[in-house]
Write a protein that binds this ligand. Structure first.
Ligand code: ADP
Ligand code: MG
Length: 456
């Protein structure tokens, strides 16, 4: 007996035979951990890396539960993009080969509505789709979810990033209370745990990434003359090449100076401090969080309210005022089991205070030890488009996504975070696609209306 064998699960002979046919010889870790609970009818919240076989974990679960003879929608799978929904549907069709009669339908934005109506009239057992489009069908009563007894939120964190939380909640109102709910997410943020708490019952928590200790932060301290600090920051960035970094400084003047110097050195940086207007502040925080700018230079106060899940590095340009501030600052990196880097610069006159920071897990080095890397650049992965329309105009993530991914449109994978505020929305677009996206949005309509759109 091997606990990785599918045959240890209470599955039908037909299902087991098919799994063998499609080459699934044994369970992946996430499947082995979650399937016993899923098959037992429990709510499960699961975290695992990409490519770990999450689709089959919920797919086998929902197919096992499905009553094929009852031709009603019994499973609903919500995905962030059309591409992901298509992938899930493809995998489900392969897993469903043990029976001839299982109908799986995808309903996503960016594709024509009409043909979906036709398919819906023919009925389906399983619906895979994006929240926006599914909601549209529900509101038009072209889709009924009253027989759903299995709900899956796949890549829930990505759905929240794309601004779908409101639509998800509205879709849920159309699904019976009594059902099994599975939630998959690459990261566990407060928001994800909140959703789980509000829609799941006694959820079993399955993590296959937990072997990596949370908050694995490498802390380094560099003693450096004040005049050499900027150079040291650049050397740190070029030596360690973080994907994104927050540089904390104690004064507004320093923040502005650091950002300016970095820009002059082909390192894309934005500054945030107390003198900015609210809207300017927002523009900066959005761009940093949606990967349209890799470096943020900030004072402590200004960085409040910044919700960023994956931060590779924190640099303290000055020694923080006290260990508490230090811990708070560096705690922003190494979330979700990632590794984080925390660097602190100490000027000679701070040497005494720095002694208080000394312990075995912290490295104290000479800044001269960093080598100089020539030709280093830091460019953003995305560029942000601003749409002059938001919640007040009833603009939703699904509408923006639909306008961008419509016929011959952009791939869902080139679209990043979508943030919707009262009067404005921000959408992050992969840098090389931004002109194309800008044209599409400028010349097209969102919710039947024209909005001004510009590149931030
Ligand atoms: P993710 O966890 O990112 O959602 P997928 O569900 O897309 O990952 O699975 C990744 C790949 O692994 C797919 O090609 C899938 O067919 C394959 N796969 C899933 N489970 C198994 C298994 N038990 N044995 C072999 N391959 C598997
Ligand atoms: Mg997946």
């Amino acid at each position: 007996m091997n606990n990785k064998d599918f045959s240890n699960l209470p599955l039908t002979k037909e299902m087991l035979h098919n799994l063998n046919e499609i080459g699934y010889k044994e369970m992946t870790p996430i499947q082995a951990e979650s399937l016993p609970f899923i098959l037992d009818g429990r709510d499960v919240i699961a975290q695992a890396k990409t490519g770990s076989g999450k689709t089959a974990a919920f797919g086998i679960g929902l197919l096992h539960k499905l009553q094929v003879k009852k031709f009603r929608v019994q499973s609903l799978i919500l995905c962030p993009t059309r591409e992901l929904a298509d992938q899930v549907a493809k995998e489900l069709r392969m897993l469903a080969r043990f029976s001839h009669n299982i109908k799986i339908l995808t309903l996503c934005g960016g594709t024509a509505f009409g043909p979906q109506l036709g398919s819906l009239r023919h009925g389906a057992h399983i619906i895979v789709g994006t929240p926006g489009r599914i909601l549209k069908h529900l509101k038009k009563a072209t889709l009924s979810l009253e027989d759903v007894d299995m709900l899956v939120l796949d890549e829930a964190d990505r759905m929240l990033d794309m601004g779908f939380s409101e639509e998800i909640n509205e879709v849920l109102a159309f699904v019976p209370k009594e059902k099994q709910t599975l939630l998959f997410s690459a990261t566990y943020t407060d928001e994800i745990m909140g959703i789980s708490a509000s829609i799941q019952k006694d959820a079993i928590n399955v993590k296959t990434t937990s072997t990596e200790v949370a908050n694995k932060i490498t802390e380094r301290f560099y003693e450096v003359q004040n005049s050499q600090k900027l150079k040291t920051v650049i050397n740190i960035l070029s030596n360690f090449k973080p994907e994104n970094v927050i540089i904390f400084a104690n004064t507004k003047a320093e923040v502005a100076e650091i950002a300016e110097t970095l820009q002059k050195n082909r390192i894309d940086a934005l500054a945030i401090h107390g003198d900015l207007e609210q809207y300017e502040r927002n523009d900066v925080l959005v761009q940093f969080a949606n990967k349209s700018c890799p470096v943020l230079v900030a004072t402590d106060v200004a960085a409040r309210g910044l919700d960023i899940k994956e931060l590779s590095m924190v640099i303290n340009y000055d020694l923080p005022h006290g260990e508490e501030t230090y811990t708070h600052r560096i705690g922003r990196t190494a979330r979700a089991g990632m590794e984080g880097l925390a660097f602190t610069l100490i000027s000679p006159y701070e040497a005494d205070k720095a002694d208080e920071y000394k312990n075995d897990s912290r490295l104290f080095e000479d800044a001269e030890a960093l080598k100089v890397v020539n030709g280093f650049e830091m460019k953003p992965q995305n560029i942000t488009l601003v749409i002059e329309g938001g919640k007040k105009d009833k603009v939703r993530a699904g509408d923006i996504l639909g306008a961008l991914t419509g016929e011959a449109g952009l791939d869902g994978s080139s679209i990043g975070k979508i943030d919707i505020y009262d009067k404005q929305s921000y959408v992050a677009i992969e840098s090389k696609k931004v002109d194309e996206a800008h044209e599409k949005l400028k010349n097209g309509k969102i919710k039947g209306k024209k909005f001004s759109v510009w590149i931030l």
